[in-house]
Design a protein around this ligand. Structure first.
Ligand SMILES: NC(=O)c1ccc[n+]([C@@H]2O[C@H](COP(=O)([O-])OP(=O)(O)OC[C@H]3O[C@@H](n4cnc5c(N)ncnc54)[C@H](O)[C@@H]3O)[C@@H](O)[C@H]2O)c1
Length: 248
């Protein structure tokens, strides 16, 4: 399977490059990154890539969304997007592209996070009048806050609590409102990624926590998405499809 990798010089781009090189079934036909150094073999712009490929994988920056979707559409390439932090306009571009090509889009490619999302939603469904706080911790170089994963978890829990709202942090005077799902972001050192969903029903509290111990798991998950999506029809695919084998 021939892969074009956008964001190839970044932390995740380097991890994914190593994973592709270690897998005889995969081939990196082009790596793209505006930080490309002379002699690195990377292209500075996606538009300059004319290699034949089976899939385009993106671990870059949300600002790449327009060039990413237009390249994938022009070349009819399946797209695996791992980048987070997209604006509503950029999300609309991704949804529009998915009407014509297969697009796998997940804020977190870890199976453990997919499991956490299901458990958190179940707990919010079972406990009466749940109060939910989500705490995420990442390294101090992360650009977007809250993390895309924390937002995904908040939306998952929100679906189980009618009338609930998602709040970002808490400040000032005022009691907690009923139905608030509050997301808190911590940025410290080299933390790869931690997400904790804390759910209280008043007299008892459940804490569900996921810790990513290495970036490799995100790369492996994205490459599992590559294998899943190549050969599929147009549509927006997510971790749920990968985990449950839906959409076959
Ligand atoms: N979905 C997941 O499981 C998952 C896991 C880890 C990181 N991420 C996300 O992946 C993205 C990259 O993370 P990272 O830690 O590797 O960041 P990073 O800053 O180390 O790397 C990003 C790279 O993208 C490049 N880039 C910037 N604009 C670009 C563009 N227009 N086209 C091509 N490349 C461009 C940068 O030069 C940089 O080398 C972030 O959005 C992060 O939140 C997602």
């Amino acid at each position: 399977m021939k892969i074009i990798l956008n964001g190839a010089a970044g932390r995740m781009g380097r991890v994914v490059t190593e994973l592709i090189e270690a897998d005889p079934e995969l081939e990196l036909v082009a790596g793209v990154d505006p930080r490309a150094e002379a002699g690195s073999g990377l292209e500075a712009e996606l538009a300059a890539v004319d290699a034949a490929a089976d899939v385009l994988v993106d671990f870059s920056n949300h600002e790449a969304t327009a060039s990413l979707t237009s390249y994938a559409l022009a070349h009819e390439l399946p797209l695996v997007i791992a980048t987070t932090g997209q604006t509503p306009e950029e999300l609309a571009l991704i949804e529009a592209a998915a009407e014509r090509i297969p697009v796998f889009f997940a804020a977190n490619y870890s199976l453990g996070i997919a499991t956490l999302a299901k458990l958190a939603r179940l707990a919010a469904e079972i406990l009466p009048n749940p109060e939910v706080e989500i705490v995420e911790t990442h390294h101090d170089q992360k650009l977007d806050a809250p993390s895309g994963t924390a937002l995904m978890l908040a939306r998952e829990v929100q679906a189980a609590i009618p009338g609930s709202t998602i709040e970002l942090g808490r400040t000032g005077l005022g009691k907690r409102e009923r139905g608030e799902i509050t997301v808190h972001s911590l940025r410290l050192g080299h933390v790869v990624g931690e997400h904790e969903v804390i759910i209280s029903s008043g007299n008892e509290l459940i804490s569900l926590k996921h810790t990513a111990e290495s970036r490799t798991l995100f790369g492996e998950g994205a490459l599992a998405a590559v294998r899943f999506i190549v050969g599929r029809g147009p549509g927006l695919y997510a971790m749920e499809d990968l985990v449950e084998g839906k959409g076959a």
